[in-house]
Every structure is written in C-alpha cells, then in structure tokens.
Design a protein around this ligand. Sequence first.
Ligand code: HAM
Length: 418
Amino acid sequence: MSIINAPRGTRDILPAESWKWSYIIKTAGEVMKNFNFSEILIPIFEHTELFSRGVGETTDIVEKEMYTFIDRGERSITLRPEATAGVMRAAIENNLCAQGNFAKLWSWGPMFRYERPQKGRYRQFYQIDAECLGVAGSSADIEIISMSLELFRRLGLKNLEVVLNSVGCEKCRPVYREKLLNYFNAHKKDLCETCLTRLDRNPLRILDCKKENCGKISDDAPDIYESLCDGCRNHFEEVKTGLENLGFAYRINKRLVRGLDYYTKTAFEILSGDLGAQNAVCGGGRYDNLASSIGGGKIPGVGFACGLDRVVIVMEEQNCSFGKIPAPDVFIIANENNKASAQILTYKLRSAGISAVNDIAGRSFKNQMRSAGLCKYACIIDQDKNKNKNKIILKDMAEGSQIEINQDEIINYLNGKL
Ligand code: HAM
C-alpha cells in the first residue's frame, strides 16, 4: 500500500523544531502579559459568511483561498484564514465591549489559506494574533504596533522594517477611490489582467500589485494623503508621533493597502530583510467597520498578526537564541534487575515536579550512560554491588563529580540544586 503524506502546503513541526515554537509562544505570552492583553481561544472553523462579510468579498482570501465545505448539517463552514474576524465575532457574541468597555485579546494557532506553497508560505500556517477592541483613539494603534516590535526585540530579530500607511475611512475613501478609478482608467491598457478585474471591484488593491508595470503606474497614482479627512489625517499624525516618541523608525508607503478589506485608517507591516519574496513577518491595522459589517454595531478595533512560521525561519537564519534545548534534569540508570526500583524512583521525582527519565527500551548500561549525557544529573541504581538498598549514586554531568545519597533524600537535594 502506498504511503500517505501530509497534504501539500502543510508540514509536521517535529520535536527537533517544536521546542523553538514553544519558546516563541511563551515569549509572546510574556509580552502580552506586560501589555495587559488576555488570551482568548476561538474556533478554528466559523460560518463562511463571517469571512465573506468581514474580510471582504473582493479579497483574494475570500475569492480563491478559503477552505470552505458544507458540513453534515448543510451549513457552509470555513477553516479560519485569519483570526481578526473570529475574535470580533466572539467579542460581539459575548458582549465584551458592551457599555463602552474595551477588550485587549491575544491568541495563537493555525490559519488556512489555499495559496501556492513556497518558502514562508503554507496552506496551514500559524499566527500570533493581538486585537484591541473598543478603542477608537490612536493610543491603541501605538500600543499594538509597539507590542509587535517589543515581541520581535525580545526574540532578537534584526534587520526589520516597519511600513506604515493610512487607508482612510468610510468618509474619505470613496473620494479617493473615485480619483484612483479615473487615474487607472486612463492607464487601463498597461495594467495586468488581475488589476483590470480589480478596477471596478476594488481599485485600491491595484496599488498593492507586485507586477513591475502596475507598480510603475501606481507610483504616480493620486496620493491618498491628499484625500484623507481631518479625522484620518490627525489620527495618522498621532500614530507617527507616538511611534517616534517611543524611538521606533518607520517608512511611509502610500501603496500599502493590505489584502483584507476591513482596514480603516492605520495599516502597517513589519518586513524582514532575510525572508525572500514572502518578507512580511507581521501585518495589521485598524478596522473600525468590521464589527458593523458582521452585524455587531459600532466597535472600533486595531490589531496585528505575526506569522510564526516566518519568525522561526528568520530567527534560524539570524542565529537567534531559542533558549535552552529541553532535556530532562535527571536520567535514572539501572540494569534489568533494578528496573522496578528505577520506575518507582522516576515516578517519585516526576511527582515532585522534577523532570526525570529512566530507560524504557531495555538499553545497555553503557548506552543509558551515554543518553544521560544530555541531562544535568545521572542517578545510578546499582543495588547489585551496593549492600545498602537505599543508597544511589548521583552524578553531576557538567562537573563530573558524584556523591552517594539515600533515595529518600534525593528530592530535597535536587530541589536545592535545580
Ligand atoms: P495578514 O497580513 O494576512 O493579516 O497575515 C499576517 C501575517 O501572517 C503575515 O504578515 C505573514 O507573516 C503571515 N502569513 C499570512 N499568510 C501566510 C501563509 N500562507 N503562510 C505563512 N505565513 C503567512 C492578517 O491575517 C490580519 N488578520 C492581521 C490583523 C490582525 N489585522 C488586524 N488585526
């Protein structure tokens, strides 16, 4: 029978790698705690409508990348392509922002998009996501952007660039859209096929096109800053000043529109110089109309999502530290005759909160000793030679020194040392 492989665009994160992921998630949890964000767990699948209405009918995600299926109850269900719409849905459904309350929430987990797989781009990928819901002012934007940068600082990422833009709001964007339409219509013959379809549906997305010709045309397109209303202009200025006050450099890119339709005002990305084509490690922005587009009234929001798969790639390329390689503290070495004593002692240590292993594969004494090399201590039960059944040898693997100790004293001793 043929072997069954993982589906294209998915991969197994094996133990040699998974501890690095745990380190990043633990670090993210610490940063979120420092910024007073609470963890939220939301479903991996939602009603398809949440994304078609929330992320936008004309986005690539909704048009061609969603994993959508009809479940056994005849409902259209979609594996989440991103977390923001789900977090907002949860906040609305559970009244987290009722009576003027605001909520600062974070989450992490798998997302699903049917994209062409390449380095840093997968069909199942992972995001660390943070959302601040219920705050309209620029302080929330500044908090969100600075939190993503703090996470990258703690992880030791270098060579990053913050790219910032304002995409306006429901008041000023229609005016800008009209100007863009006029401009791009005049350059219709030079646009790529995809951009021609964008022309009527979503002309702002043309600005984002990576094709050289479209890029050149977009460079000379009308500037959004000339169309921003006073509210959006002030908000943008406040975000820029806030970032400057915190000492963060950024680059303004008037062509940054991002691939999700819910953005209003702030849009940003954090790019890595060490990733190749898929160079964004983080993307985010403000989405003041997302709640109303999914039937939830007026709840402004701002957030980011950081691509965990890409952060691991960059950290490996930049030789960043992932903390200590996990290994048990104690290896209990015993021969076949002392298997039961080894099992009992191992269980005692584990119950006392000490990470311990004993041999479960019937390996030779020599091989057990070799495996113990990764641990802080080797604990040798050698009752055949030893008259006193209670005595064991405890070897400090780093120092090479060893002591004889009573079994019932070992927990106290190790607790003082580990
Ligand atoms: P996004 O830009 O679509 O935004 O994704 C955020 C990040 O997820 C990207 O910068 C990238 O690092 C990672 N990513 C996206 N697609 C893939 C993929 N196929 N393979 C690997 N990594 C990927 C959002 O998802 C928004 N929900 C962000 C947000 C939160 N905006 C406001 N709040």
